[in-house]
Design a protein around this ligand. Sequence first.
Ligand code: CA
Length: 378
Amino acid sequence: MAAITNVEAFQVAWAGDKPGPRSSFVRITTDDGIQGYGECTPMHGGLHVLGIIANNLAPALVGKDPLDHAVVLDTLYHRFIKLGPEGSLTAAIAALDIALWDIKGKLLGQPVYKLLGGAWRTEIPFYTSLGQNAQRAVDDVVRAVEKRLKRDSPAAVKIRFDGDRTVLDHDIPGDIAKARAVRKLVGDGFMLGFDANNGYSVGGAIKVGRALEDLGYAWFEEPVQHYYVEAMGEVARRLDIVVTAGEQTYTMQGVVDLIDAGIKVIQCDPLKMGGITGLAQCIALAFAHGVEIVPHQTQPTIGHAANLHVNAIKMHATKPMEWNDPEERDTALMQTIMRTPWRMRNGRFQLPSGPGLGIEIDSDRLGKRIRPVETEGN
Ligand code: CA
């Protein structure tokens, strides 16, 4: 039996000591020297999540068999449930789960997707997720989309609005004008998604949704506030366009609520809820109800690797996987910690076939960027 000897939770700084985006990783080491990497949601640099890992979960993992990961993590989930299953605790479990799958694959000499039953596809189409469009003028939205099309040749593009969440229906005519301009740019037949980032009332969402139907958009993401599950379902039931939601859902029980409300495409995030194990469970749950999982995922290194394996093992895949590359982040810089950075070809990513997650982390390069989180007692 292998045993876990060390669990490290740390931020990764991309702009030196200057303020800037930080990633949040875990690294688990076993007694035979195998190391697995995991990642959690980067909200606020992942500090809250990393704190739970460092202070509460890591000490309980030392000495455990990494192959018992589901039992170990479910035990910890229930032991610390009052830290909040809706967010930080499930993201902490997710990071650890991804790292333990990485170890499991390395122990057995197999890629994660093989251990989960095999891949339905080894070339995985992706869509470019382009944010901050509420703040752009129509022409600037078109220019931003054009730039991404040239650079990445994605299979689809999603325009996100990222507006002020405390204001609903702020500029419906403007939003529709942007959707129309992007359709004009890409031509009929190119797959487009529209992400409202929870910006509409039910009435506003119906109006925008009807316009998106006319413009041939493939999906309408999170039209209303995520906590109004019934309202999200009402919008989905009244519109013909596919309404998607779930990136702010942290439990399988929450996924059941979305399905019951009428959502047909669920976007749970492997870095926020349950990691690879959690997503595999959600895929089974969705399959049982005739709905589809299209994961939300925004991180370009370990998170992307985990997401590739998840997207490979699901049978039904009517939508491409997410590839998020915000302007403010330097994805190329982030990928310098990987010995083989991602390559996109014809709107697709190649599924990694090496053991575990199938990516090799350059520990020297990563080491220079590590910013440890403080633990209690330090
Ligand atoms: Ca979204």
